[in-house]
Design a protein around this ligand. Sequence first.
Ligand code: ADP
Ligand code: MG
Length: 292
Amino acid sequence: MSKPTPPKHIAVYGKGGIGKSTTTSNISAALAEAGHRVIQIGCDPKSDSTTILRGGNELPTVLDTLREHSKVRIEDISIRGYRDILCVEAGGPVPGVGCAGRGISAAVELLQELHIFDEYKPDFVLYDVLGDVVCGGFAVPIRDGLAQRAYVVSSSDFMAIFAANNLFKAIAKYAPSGGARLGGVIANGLIAPYAKSVVDDFVERTGTRVVGYVPRALVVNQSELYGQTVIEAAPESAQADIYRGLARSFAEDEETTLPHPLNGPELKAWAREWGDRIFSSESGEVGTLAGI
Ligand code: ADP
Ligand code: MG
């Protein structure tokens, strides 16, 4: 009998509200639709990573459960959602107490202690991680040899790019000692005419790449209101095919890069340059803000 292939652990980072959970859940759904066994672990104190995979059904978080019970079973902290995707939410600290990052390491440790990966035998484990600050705890999935690959969801907004650049710094630091490498950037919801150029320029400057452009689409909001992914609510839509494309890239494209993050002054200069360009294109003015 052939040995089962080990699961692929993949982390998805990005700033809060950028579309990590929506994108990750749709990728999980598309992977499951293609016949793969998937676990999605929400590593965001917001604890809503898997909402649209479980039709809004309640799921106690790992940290809440650990606080209330001394003995925790797999079924206490997971729920089977769309096409049997195993959903887990790490959870967050009690407001005003504790550290969200530490919570993620506690959650990941518990999942390992419970042998959740041996029990469920997933093909893919997706970590949906808040990436505003990639501090120690939030870096756990990419730091400790857990995930082999990480992606970052970004728009052309500076704070989203700033968060992506922080992830690149963390990857550049940890990859040489066994941490994850970068799969690429998922450009989400680009609207402004210059948005694609901003993201494309940023990846070029950092030696990375864009693995997919996900348009802003009403069907995403509509599906969310139904408590479902686009894959489930609108499987025939063009948006569903875009998520299927990303899922194929997660499954088949093993290419990774070691990013070259910009340092503080470089990032500032890069942003200023784009500020000038956007101002010129919007106003028809030529020149820099310094001339005003
Ligand atoms: P995060 O997990 O990064 O905090 P979410 O995935 O929860 O962000 O997304 C924030 C909001 O943006 C949600 O209401 C979601 O439906 C919406 N959204 C995300 N991506 C898209 C998109 N491509 N088109 C339309 N709405 C989107
Ligand atoms: Mg989220």
